[in-house]
Design a protein around this ligand. Structure first.
Ligand code: T1G
Length: 654
């Protein structure tokens, strides 16, 4: 029987199955809420019903509230009321969880009297990742089902847990075998026989934290959240739930949820959520079959090449990794194995997975090993001549429809492409270090790129679980171009009165994980120096140019790898260096600049306006496909704080 469009109820003997069918992720839209409430009302009036199974059509359970509705005045029926009705039902309800039970979806399941999960299901309350807190009882019911520390971790990180972990913590009653509905039906019958368990709201918190534990957790969170407020708000809501009567805590939770839903931070995080999903849309539209990615070639086994190879191996591909000679091959294989071992240690790979992934790697210096591949990714030294030589060799041996990609982070991919016989098959695939971790993949489309090359980039991003952003060809594409611009501006601020550690502190205060000078020291100052030297010949004479970084490099200070760069390093820790300060003061004097004080706000404002100006130029020149792609690039590739939304969001240009 169909109730409101996305909710139906059906009978299975004395059991009722309530099914939600609201593609793509069964979000609790207004219609779903209304349909569920109507289902409860009907079932309450059906004495023949002994128990209810709540199930979902499609690939997932309820993945939360409809995020497109957040930030707007909520429409009735409100989710807390729907859940209260289910919880108060005279018969037991059992949630049959598959795919993802997230946010409001898990809150509905917590309103049910039993929960059964399919293997591989994910259960979580990710609201803090949207700048809010659970708003339908999650902070009150969860700690009345699982231990306080587990609830704290789930809600303040927003990270989902596996069905197996949920079983261990008591979040689900059982993990089903092959047939989820059967297992849920069995559980519902058992509860009907045993009598409906007490609703979670009527139970006491499980293993609640002590005041000292709450304070310590808050301190840890304050440090980790870098200015984002929702994790601390979530902790405060959980503390209410542990110390106040449940229904009072529920009311406070709802008020906190509504207040945060209207906040700038929540608006910023919603913007990022949808911008990430919009990114790379043109790749999906490419009208061609992508290259087969079962066997991919990688040329160059340095830090980037090894990371790319490891990412491919972790995705299930076979990899042929080419290096100059035997010694370089051994070093490259060592780097790749090191990454796989790291994944194994972190439990991302089990023994069999490690053996399987390592077994799919072959290294060598003979390009012939690449001929079976339909995609080859070049990651050799960032020099046009070196790359051109590699592409010429590939052009000569690869199948006509094989895609040739370059991991260059700055160089002109158009120039690289037209030096081959089939420029349309050349594309830029700019990975970020570490390549097996960083989510961003900058796809550089050349002027003559084919749909097959674009489709291949899209398929690769999906396979590697990366977020692809499409960029046109210019110096530094989207990300490096914008970063170069604000790095230049930071160097000018040094000449005018600021210091590197002051600028870094201001950026951390704004929410960046690291400041621009610490990032440069980590990446190595020599790469950018080589690029500046390459450009020196074409730099306009009247263009302002800071020599501070050059002077550091001339002294052999290349950053962490030389234990000295913008900082010097003691036990791996960056320490402000009076020598660097001395050079900066000398440069101000040489330029006749009277140094002035810079507040953190001055520094952040200057960086933002510069970043936004360069971003606008990138957009106006058609290098980026849209302003949201720029925000995604700066957040996923350059540490721009997610909870600020990105430079274009902050500028109100999205
Ligand atoms: N609302 C609206 N649209 C959603 C959505 C949601 N909750 N979740 C996904 N979509 C859209 C998404 O934009 C995309 O659209 C399509 O579905 C497929 O998503 C009261 C208030 C479930 C793990 O934070 O984490 O509940 O691009 O590409 O990779 O306390 O989507 O195709 O047009 O991501 O398979 C809490 C968010 C909400 C979960 C599936 N819930 N979603 O991943 O597919 S707040 C979340 C996800 C809340 C309550 C509060 C993932 C997924 P399009 P996709 P996927």
């Amino acid at each position: 029987m169909k109730l409101s469009d996305p909710v139906t109820i059906s009978q299975k003997g004395d059991l009722t199955i309530v099914t939600i069918d609201n593609p793509p992720v069964n979000a609790t839209s207004q219609a779903v809420r209304a349909g569920l409430l109507e289902a409860v009302t009907r079932i309450e009036a059906m004495p023949e019903v002994a128990a209810v199974v709540l199930a979902c059509a499609g690939r997932t359970f309820v993945a939360g509230a409809d995020i497109t509705e957040l930030g707007k005045p909520p429409r009735e029926p409100h989710l807390p009321d729907v859940i209260a009705a289910i919880e108060a039902s005279r018969v037991p309800w059992v949630a049959a969880i598959k795919g993802a039970a997230l946010g409001g979806g898990l809150e509905i399941a917590l309103g049910c009297h039993g929960r059964v999960a399919a293997p591989g299901a994910k259960l979580g309350l990710p609201e803090v990742t949207l700048g809010i807190v659970p708003g339908a009882g999650g902070t009150v019911r969860l700690p009345r089902l699982i231990a306080g520390a587990d609830a704290l971790d789930m809600i303040t990180t927003g990270k989902p847990v596996s069905a197996e972990k949920a079983m261990k913590t008591g979040l689900v009653d059982t993990v089903a075998g092959d047939d989820l509905l059967d297992a849920a039906t069995e559980r519902a019958r058992a509860l009907a026989a045993e009598g409906r368990p007490a609703p979670l709201l009527d139970r006491d918190p499980v293993a609640p934290l002590s005041d000292a534990e709450w304070d310590a957790a808050a301190e840890r969170l304050r440090k980790k959240s870098r200015g984002q407020v929702s994790p601390l708000e979530a902790l405060a809501a959980l503390r209410d739930a542990a110390t106040l009567p449940a229904r009072e805590a529920l009311t406070k939770e709802r008020a906190r949820f509504l207040r945060l839903s209207a906040s700038d931070e929540a608006a910023a995080l919603r913007h990022v959520f949808f911008s990430e999903r919009r990114a790379g849309a043109s790749l999906k539209a490419a009208d061609a079959a992508p290259a087969d990615l079962a066997h991919v070639g990688v040329i160059g086994g340095g830090t980037m090449g090894a990371g790319i190879a490891a990412a491919l191996l972790l995705s299930g591909s076979r990899v042929s990794l080419i290096e100059r000679d035997e010694a370089s091959c051994a070093a490259a294989a060592g780097r790749v194995t090191g990454i796989l071992d790291g994944s194994h240690k972190r439990g991302l790979l089990d023994d069999a997975g490690l053996a399987d992934a390592s077994g799919r790697l072959e290294t060598g210096s003979d390009y012939a090993a690449l001929t079976p591949c339909e995609l080859v990714i070049e990651a050799v030294f960032e020099d046009m001549d070196v790359k051109t030589e590699v592409f010429a060799r590939l052009d000569a041996i690869m199948a006509p429809d094989a895609i040739l990609a370059s991991n260059t982070s700055y160089l002109d991919v158009n120039a690289l492409a037209i030096r081959t016989a089939r420029p349309e098959r050349v594309i830029g695939l700019h990975f970020f270090s570490p390549a097996h971790v960083m989510k961003l993949l900058e796809v550089v489309r050349t002027d003559r790129v084919s749909d097959r090359a674009l489709a291949t980039a899209g398929a690769l991003a999906k396979r590697l679980r990366k977020t692809p952003v499409v960029a046109g060809v210019c110096d530094g594409f989207i990300g490096n171009r914008i970063m170069s611009a604000y790095r230049r501006e930071c160097d000018f601020m040094l000449e005018e009165g600021a210091l590197p550690w002051q600028i870094d502190a201001a950026m951390r205060g704004f929410g960046f994980a690291m400041g621009i000078y610490a990032v440069q020291d980590m990446a190595g100052l020599d790469v950018a120096w080589a690029m500046r030297k390459r450009r020196a010949a074409t730099r306009p004479a009247d263009e302002r140019y800071s020599r501070i970084a050059d002077r550091l490099c001339e002294m052999g200070r290349f950053g962490r790898k030389t234990d000295a760069g913008w900082y010097h390093y003691e036990d791996g820790k960056p320490v402000p260096d009076p020598l660097v300060e001395g050079i900066i003061l000398e440069e101000s004097e040489r330029l006749g600049i009277a140094r002035r004080d810079f507040s953190e706000a001055d520094i952040v404002a200057r960086i933002m306006s510069l970043m936004q100006a360069e971003a606008q130029a990138v957009l106006d020149e058609g290098i980026a496909e849209g302003p949201t792609d720029i925000d995604v690039t700066m957040i996923l590739g350059y540490g721009f704080p997610r909870h600020k939304g990105g430079p274009m969001f902050l500028a109100g240009r999205v």
